[in-house]
Design a protein around this ligand. Structure first.
Ligand code: NAD
Ligand code: UD1
Length: 337
């Protein structure tokens, strides 16, 4: 049976997607260099699904290692998560971000071409919509501006994959633009496990709830939003994972390039997320209002029509469930995986 290669499969979104792939009966191969994840994530995937898979500890930047994966396995499609993703760090280390994300993707594409594997689902981001488009974001909007090197790696990789298709119409490319993935698998065995102090809202709140961090800093309460705090389209990571199954099925059956938003279409404010988490953990969580964070926008949410029409997918979970499942993971794994 042919297999699906998952790059970055030990990471937050990759591990949840591997669970869904295995449960849907796919055979998978995972490649990861553990630069932002731990081997324990792989044990947890096996524990949840009761299924085994091949794993390669390898860096995408090493072409011969990537080619070896294709040589030793019959890979029919790739789901490509591997990349560095911290916006602030990308501003400090642009060269490392461009090299890892873009060169890594070029190596992967070269290996795919050599072994005649031409189907890829890529982890893009809502960040490609930049700061000038009105909400809700629609896939046809321009995506040529970003505010940071991380965002530009997504813009550029989307362009590279579009150009690869133009050069060879046998390729099938699905660019999934994720909104804000949060929450965790219902088992509480896998979830988000950031290194150091989290930059993103949800893992930060989780660490306030465990007492590791003192109080949430709310970055601005004077935005033009219902309660003045920033509004985002939070999506349960398991919904995001099932979106990849639909995207994969689409890619296996069609050639071409499609960009698709994966979001709920609904915005929630910082205070909404905080209150949902308070409900989940059963206590009030301290917060202080801070100045706006540079580069932030007031409101970001998806137009979800294309995901429904093209992939037959829509998000199922609401914010309360995202908070409950996220807290369940944090409570069971206070020190991460
Ligand atoms: P993550 O850091 O948890 O997972 C990424 C995985 O890729 C990690 O396991 C890391 O070790 C691995 N990796 C990185 N560089 C590699 C390399 N050169 N070779 C091999 N493995 C490598 O991140 P995540 O949240 O699961 O995100 C997955 C993808 O989705 C990323 O491309 C990210 O940019 C994108 N994305 C994430 C979010 C989000 O909010 N989490 C939003 C939009 C897009
Ligand atoms: C961030 C990235 C975005 C990336 C996304 C995925 C930035 C500027 N953008 O999006 O490129 O695709 O993560 O993970 O980093 N907030 C607080 N206090 C905090 C943390 C956040 O009030 O301690 C607020 C923010 O101002 C924002 C909201 O919470 O309004 C969500 O922030 P965050 O979780 O960092 O995600 P984004 O900024 O939407």
């Amino acid at each position: 049976m042919s297999k699906i290669l998952v790059t970055g499969g030990a990471g937050f979104i990759g591990s949840h997607t591997c669970v869904e792939l295995l449960e849907a009966g796919h055979e998978i191969v995972i490649l990861d260099n553990f630069s932002n994840s731990k081997p324990e994530a792989l044990n947890r995937i096996k524990k949840i699904t009761g299924k085994d898979f091949k794993f390669y500890e390898a860096d995408l930047l090493n072409l011969s290692d990537v080619e070896k994966v294709f040589k030793e396995n019959d890979i029919s499609a790739v789901i490509h998560f591997a990349g560095l993703k911290a916006v602030g760090e990308s501003v400090q280390k642009p060269v490392e971000y461009y090299h890892n994300n873009i060169t890594g993707t070029l190596m992967l594409i070269q290996a795919m071409r050599k072994y005649n594997c031409k189907k890829i689902v890529f982890s893009s981001s809502a960040t490609v919509y930049g700061v000038n488009n009105p909400v809700p974001y629609v896939e046809t909007m321009p995506t040529n501006s970003s505010t940071n090197p991380y965002g530009y790696t997504k813009v550029m990789i989307e362009q590279i994959l579009k150009d690869v298709y133009v050069s060879d119409n046998n390729w099938s490319v699905v660019l999934l633009r994720y909104f804000n993935p949060i929450g965790a698998h219902k088992s509480g065995l896998i979830g988000e496990d950031p290194n150091g102090i989290p930059n993103n809202l949800f893992p930060y709140i989780a660490q306030v709830a465990t007492g590791k961090l003192e109080a949430l800093g709310v970055f601005g309460n004077d935005y033009d939003t219902p309660d003045g705090t920033g509004v985002r389209d939070y999506i349960h990571v398991v919904d995001l994972a099932t979106g990849h199954l639909n995207a994969l099925n689409y890619a296996l059956e069609h050639n071409g390039v499609e960009a698709v938003n994966l979001g709920t279409g609904k915005g929630s404010s910082v205070m909404d997320v905080l209150h949902a988490f308070e409900k989940a953990c059963g206590k009030e969580l301290p917060y202080v209002i801070k100045p706006r964070r540079a580069g932030d926008i007031a409101t970001c949410y998806a137009d979800t029509h294309k995901a429904k029409e093209l992939l037959g997918w829509e998000a199922k979970y609401q914010l309360d469930e995202m908070a409950a499942d996220g807290w369940n993971f944090t409570k069971n794994n206070p020190n991460g995986l």
